[in-house]
Design a protein around this ligand. Structure first.
Ligand code: NAP
Length: 254
């Protein structure tokens, strides 16, 4: 049984707390946040504190705060020498935790929003450790949370994070643009839902290169020009034009 303290009360913390609470082999000792009260989206029976001096003893401390705050939070923590502290960031160097004896990274490769449930067992966890024995303990903890645990260097983890930004953050931003274009014409945005679903589902059967369709990959110049003319006065012109150029350029590599 591992005793765990979670630091931060955002999206990742919300999902990690639920995964720990649902586990028979993990024990959520405490949750730390900046707010004076435990936010409502958390199970209200969780032991909560907002003063780092009141933080309880645990085997693991998982820092789930903004990348820019990890170093500061870590520096304020004073922990037992036997404890392990990890952060959950894709691109933050593990060494930001190096004031502690045992430290590492536990980066869950998923997009987390409080209002959408996840099954942590299906989420790959990318790990790193400050020594072999620490890495093994982080691996033990991670395998209790997920079916897939991958050991990576900091550089590999950052590249995984960059890939995740392309595959999730950028593609979702495209959905935001699509929604705005439809809304500007009072067209029901749900009309795109089957297409959004099929775009993801296709990848269960085809590689992304095999799945690519549309005017750019066909180099359908008349259609592309028509779209650009319609977008000319909007802020979406540049992004449409740039992505179309990139798809045409990379056509031979696809
Ligand atoms: N969301 C994702 O999809 C995702 C996926 C994988 C990894 N990650 C990583 O997980 C970490 C947390 O991301 P998130 O999405 O959960 O962020 P988030 O929802 O924005 O939550 C960030 C949390 O950090 C707290 N915080 C910020 N500065 C702090 C400080 N100086 N002291 C104490 N607490 C502070 C915030 O407190 P307040 O609520 O009081 O502002 C908030 O509880 C990041 O390192 C991120 O890169 C995120």
């Amino acid at each position: 049984m591992f005793n765990i303290v979670i630091i931060g009360t955002g999206n990742v913390s919300h999902h990690l707390c639920n995964a720990i609470l649902n586990s028979k082999t993990l024990n959520l000792v405490q949750l730390f946040g900046r707010k004076k009260k435990l936010p409502k989206n958390f199970k209200q029976s969780i032991s909560y504190c907002y003063n780092l001096k009141e933080i309880k003893k645990a085997d693991f401390y998982i820092i789930c705060v903004n990348d820019g705050a990890i170093l500061k939070v870590s520096d304020e923590l004073s922990l037992d020498k036997s404890s392990i502290v990890v952060h959950s960031s894709g691109s933050t160097n593990m060494d930001e935790l190096s004031k502690h004896k045992n430290y590492g990274v536990l980066y869950p490769l998923q997009t987390f929003s409080k209002r959408k449930k996840t099954n942590f067992r299906d989420i790959p966890i990318i790990i790193e450790g400050s020594s072999n024995s620490v890495l093994n303990k982080i691996k033990k903890l991670s395998t209790l949370l997920s079916k897939k645990v991958v050991v990576c260097s900091s550089e590999q983890r950052t590249l995984i994070h960059i890939s995740a930004v392309f595959t999730n953050n950028f593609s979702n931003f495209m959905n935001i643009i699509a929604e705005k274009i439809l809304k500007s014409q009072n067209i029901d945005v749900d009309i795109l839902n089957p297409l959004i679903k099929e775009t993801a589902d296709k990848l269960n059967y085809l590689s992304p290169s095999e799945a690519q369709t549309g005017p750019a990959i066909r180099n359908d110049e008349i259609t592309i020009q028509k779209h650009l003319n319609l977008l000319k006065e909007t802020k979406y012109f540049e992004v449409y034009n740039r992505l179309t150029e990139e798809i045409i350029k990379s056509k031979n590599e696809l």
